[in-house]
Design a protein around this ligand. Structure first.
Ligand code: TNX
Length: 512
């Protein structure tokens, strides 16, 4: 980190970016290897065809849909004279290595994508989209001849959306899935429950949404997902190669549940709904068997809706329980979660419980330079117990922090403003002493929504910073340079404009 910062500080200010059309192929996150080809470009005509090995039908379907959305060109599956004759050909190649690894070759004869797994082909689809020039809808485009060999640094590249403080409907969440998938983010963590709202219908505890979903921060309208809504989100995400990670936050951050059912409260009485933004005041009754029946019923239903491997049990900021009660609660809740067959994930505080199920993943949300005494040892305990870590340092990855004093929404508690440089200039393997690449599952950028009401608010906070965090999670550390990222954000910004994605034109980038 130090070296990157020093370099950035000594580098002269970036030159004006070249005019539109003159930039070479530009992709975010930066691929491991991208070589411009010598030959002629591929002319993507006013209609195009895609063929794929059966194992890659998912990414091929995504390409057909997205390429049409991006260009207005009619795109269909199959080739005129057979699969080999299609414009884009997706082939399984077991020799392609690395997390979500793929090869992408473009010449005047067509476009070839090779990957060992569907996840690699999904990544290739997003690279290809960024190589297709913008143009009038339906018009032919020249895709530059190029050779890409690429794979991710980390298996888990995440974004989190808090749908509890403010509710975001199915369409908004699906739009955010599409937004993050462009950046090869492959997990969307949904923070489904908090003090202000419970957002997922649970058949065995219906008052959670009958009562607990009505509210949001500032008394704004609430809302919730029926189980069918939730399945629709999961399916939409899967069609983009994105896994949904559901979070039920416990034992704190539970006022909405405590308002719905008196028997979950330590004194047996339901509390009023909460519309403020304080944290740390609520807790499920850690001494009551009813609580554990509740936890089991809820986690069973959520796990049944979840094809993905992870189940997040929260565990943050539980300041209304004693240390002993907290440890005992989390130990049991984690066991119940593991009993569903899922890998347990929790905010890093759950390190204080134990024993945790083997493989439990901790999500680190302290700072890039940890301040809390003893934190490194607590965080390393996940690795010692056979689990791994997701890095979400709040002063770099919390997308709800203001960029600067001009940001209309957002908070500032995580060491003040977070500009593009701060979001980008850190190395996940240099945060916690003794935690290196092999101990990391990946990186996630959470977006808390106390101050955010609309999907435009969400996008303006996420972009461009999520592009920086996604690149940290994808691109080798030695290949990342802030000035280079800034140059590649210029054409990405034009893509966001064309797609109607709201982003913040941070002054550090020479947006066109
Ligand atoms: C801390 S980070 C929280 C959330 C807030 C967020 C606001 C964490 C695990 N908990 O409850 O929404 O700060 O930035």
């Amino acid at each position: 980190v130090g070296a990157v910062l020093v370099l950035a500080a000594c580098t002269p200010p970036p030159a004006e970016p070249p005019p539109a059309g003159a930039v070479g192929p530009s992709v975010v996150p930066r691929p491991v290897e991208l070589t411009a080809g010598e030959g002629a470009p591929f002319v993507l005509g006013t209609s195009a065809t895609v063929s794929a090995d059966p194992e890659l039908a998912g990414p091929a379907a995504a390409l057909v849909e997205l390429l049409h959305e991006d260009t207005g060109v009619a795109v269909a599956t199959g080739g005129a004279a057979g699969p080999a004759d299609a414009d884009v050909r997706l082939t399984v190649d077991p020799a392609v290595t690395g997390y979500d690894g793929y090869l992408l070759h473009v010449d005047d004869n067509g476009i070839d994508i090779a990957a060992a797994e569907p996840s690699g082909a999904f990544a290739a689809v997003q690279t290809l989209r960024q190589l297709v020039p913008l143009g009038d809808p339906g018009a032919a485009r020249e895709v530059p001849a190029v050779d890409v060999r690429d794979h991710a640094r980390f298996a888990y590249r995440g974004a989190m959306l808090d749908v509890a403080r403010h509710f975001f409907g199915v369409q908004d969440v699906e739009r955010y899935v599409d937004d993050v998938a462009l950046l090869k983010v492959n997990h969307l963590h949904l923070h489904l429950t908090d003090d202000q709202g419970w957002r997922i219908a649970i058949g065995s505890w219906p008052r959670l949404t009958e009562v607990g979903a009505a509210n949001a921060v500032d008394g704004d309208p609430g809302g919730f997902y029926t189980q069918d809504d939730y399945r629709a989100i999961v399916a939409h995400a899967a069609a983009r190669g994105v896994t949904i990670v559901p979070e039920i936050d416990m034992p704190g951050h539970t006022n909405a549940a405590l308002a719905s059912y008196g028997e979950l409260n330590p004194d047996g009485r339901a509390v009023p709904a909460y519309s403020g933004i304080e944290v740390g005041f609520s807790t499920l009754d850690p001494e009551s068997e009813t609580t554990y029946r509740f936890v089991e019923d809820v986690l069973d239903e959520v796990a049944a809706l979840t094809p993905g491997p992870y189940l997040h049990i929260g565990g943050d900021e539980s300041r209304a329980t004693s240390d002993e009660q907290y440890a005992a609660f989390v130990t049991r809740a984690a066991q119940i979660a593991a009993g569903t067959g899922k890998t347990v994930v929790g905010w890093h505080e759950i390190a204080d419980a134990g024993p945790l199920p083997p493989g439990t993943v901790g999500q680190y949300w302290s700072y890039v330079r940890p301040e809390t005494k003893g934190l490194a040892q607590r965080v390393r305990s996940f690795v010692d117990r056979g689990g791994r870590l997701i890095m979400s340092p709040a002063d770099a990855t919390y997308l709800d922090m203001k960029y600067d004093a001009s940001t209309p929404h957002g908070l500032q508690w995580a060491r003040g403003f977070t500009d593009l440089a701060e979001a980008y200039s850190w190395d996940p393997a240099q945060v916690v002493d003794g935690v290196g690449d092999d101990d990391l599952l990946g990186v996630e950028a959470p977006l808390w929504t106390e101050t955010l009401r609309t999907v435009e608010d969400v996008e303006s906070m996420a972009f461009p910073r999520l592009a920086a965090v996604a690149e940290i999670a994808w691109t080798p550390q030695q290949d990342r340079q802030l000035d280079d990222l800034k140059a590649r954000l210029v054409p990405l910004g034009e893509r966001w404009d064309a797609a109607g994605v709201t982003y913040t034109k941070v002054p550090q980038v020479s947006w066109r």
